[in-house]
Design a protein. Sequence first.
Length: 508
Amino acid sequence: MASYGYIIVGSGIAGLYAALLAREHGRVLILTKGSIEESNTRWAQGGIAAAIGEGDSPELHLQDTLRAGAGLVDEDAARVLVDNAADAIADLVRFGVPFDTADGEMLLGREGAHSVNRVIHAGGDATGAHIEFSLSQLARLSGVTILEYVQVLDLVVEDGAVVGLKALDTRSNRVESFRGTQTILASGGLGQLYRVSTNPTVATGDGVAIAYRAGAEVSDMEFVQFHPTALRLPGVPVFLISEAVRGEGGVLRNAEGESFMARYHEMEDLAPRDIVARAILNELSEANGDHVYLDVTHLDAARVRARFPQIYKHCMDNGLDITASAIPVSPAAHYMMGGVRTTTWGETTLPGLYACGECANTGVHGANRLASNSLLETVVFARRAVQRSLEAERSPARPWPGSVAIPPAEGGAEGPHPSLSGLQELMWRDVGIVRSGESLSRARGVLAAWQGMVEPSDRPSQELANLLLCARLVTEAALARQESRGAHFRTDYPEPADSWRHRLVFRR
Ligand SMILES: Cc1cc2nc3c(=O)[nH]c(=O)nc-3n(C[C@H](O)[C@H](O)[C@H](O)COP(=O)(O)OP(=O)(O)OC[C@H]3O[C@@H](n4cnc5c(N)ncnc54)[C@H](O)[C@@H]3O)c2cc1C
C-alpha cells in the first residue's frame, strides 16, 4: 500500500496551498475527485479580504467580521485570521498569483458589510481562476503527486487516530487504500445540496460526511449562506454576479425599478448577505416574481468592462449587455459556514486529521461569513495546519461538551427513491433561506427515510449518500436552533435569542 507524509483531499486553494507548504517536509499526495481545477476556488470572483490599505487595520477587519457573524464568531480564531492576512497575501504572490495593481500598489475593491475597501483581486473578477491556475501549475512542477478522478470514500482509523483513507478511482471503479502520517481534508463545500446554487458539481459535502462517519465533530451546520445575486436568465445555468458589483456602485431594483434596499438596512445595497437575500425574497413574494434587477447602467461602461470582464463576457455571451440593461438576479446557495470542527491550528477532534478551507469550521464566520473572508481563511489555516503537523506536541481539538449525534436513518421505508434533484428541491423548499419548525420537521422525516435507502457504489451514489448525511446535519441543527441568527432564519422564531448564543456540535 502506498504511504505518504501528507495525504490531502481536494485541489482547491486550501488543498493546493497546503501541498505547496507540506512538500518541504515529506511526500505529498493530493487526491481530487474531478480534474484538478474543478473546485469552488476556480469560480471565486470578488477576491480576498486583507487589511492592507490606508486607513484600514486588522482591528477594523476583525470588527466587520464579528458584526457579520451575528454573535457566533470565535473571536480568537477571527483574530488569527485578520492578523495573518497580509502574510497570506504575500505567500500567494510568492506562489505566482497575479493580483491587480496600479502604480505598484494592490487595488482594493469593496464588498458587502466591509467598512472600507479591502478586497484584493486578480484579473478583475477572475480571482479564483488565477489562484487555481497559479497554484495547480506550481504543484504539478513541485514533486507533489496529484491523482485526479479519485474520490475519497472514508478515513481509516486505527486506535482512535486517522492513518489513511480509502478512495475510489472513478475511471476504473476500483477502491484503493492509501496510508498517510497526516491527512488533511480540503474538500470544499456542499452547495449541491440546493436546487439553485453557485457551486460546481464537486461541492457535495464529502469531507463533512467522511469526517462525521469517522467520529470527528462537525459544527455550525445550520448556517448556509445564500448569495443574493445569481444571474437569472431562462435556460442559462446559475452564475454568480459578485457582490463587488454592488461594491462598485451597482444598485438592486425591484420590478417597479425602485431601489429597495434602503427599506431593509442602513448599509442599503452593501448590507450583510442574509439581509439582502431575504429582502429580495420579500420583494419577489410581493410582486409574485422570480427575479429582481442589479443595475450598473449608470456606471461608466468602460470601467464595468474592465473591472468585471468575466461577468460582462458571460452575460454578453447570453445576449445581455450589462452596460445597457439591468441584470436579472435572484438568491442562490453559496457557502457553508459550518464544517469539520477545528482548533485555530486546523486540528480536528481525531488525531492525525486536519481540516482547512470551506470544509472546516474554524469559527471565523460565526452565523454568517463576511464576503471574501473565505479565501483568506483557506490560506491562513492551511498554513497553520502544516505548521502544527511539524510539532512534536500536538493537541487534537478537545471534545465539545454536549455534542450530539443525529438520529439514526430509518430502515425499510417506502415511497419515492431518493434522487439528487429530489433532495435539492426538498432542501431549497424546506431548509432554504427561510425556514420554519413545520418545514424543517417535514424535511427531517423524508431525509431520515431516504438515508436508509441509498446503497453507495459509484461516484454519483457516494455523493448522494454524503449529501443526504449533510442534509440531515443541516436540518437537525436548524430544527434545534429555535431562533433566527445570521444566515439561519425561522419564521416561527424570527428574532435572535441570547440563550442560543452558542454553537451546535454533532458527533456520531
Ligand atoms: C461562484 C463563487 C464565487 C466565490 N467568490 C468568492 C470570493 O470572491 N471571495 C472569497 O473569499 N470566497 C469566494 N467564494 C468561496 C470560495 O471560493 C471557497 O470557499 C473556497 O474557494 C474554498 O476553497 P477550498 O479549497 O476549501 O474548496 P474548493 O475550492 O471547493 O476545493 C475542494 C476540492 O475538493 C475536491 N473534493 C471534494 N470531495 C472530494 C472527495 N471525496 N475526494 C477527493 N476530492 C474531493 C473537489 O473536487 C475540489 O478539488 C466563492 C465561491 C463560489 C462558488
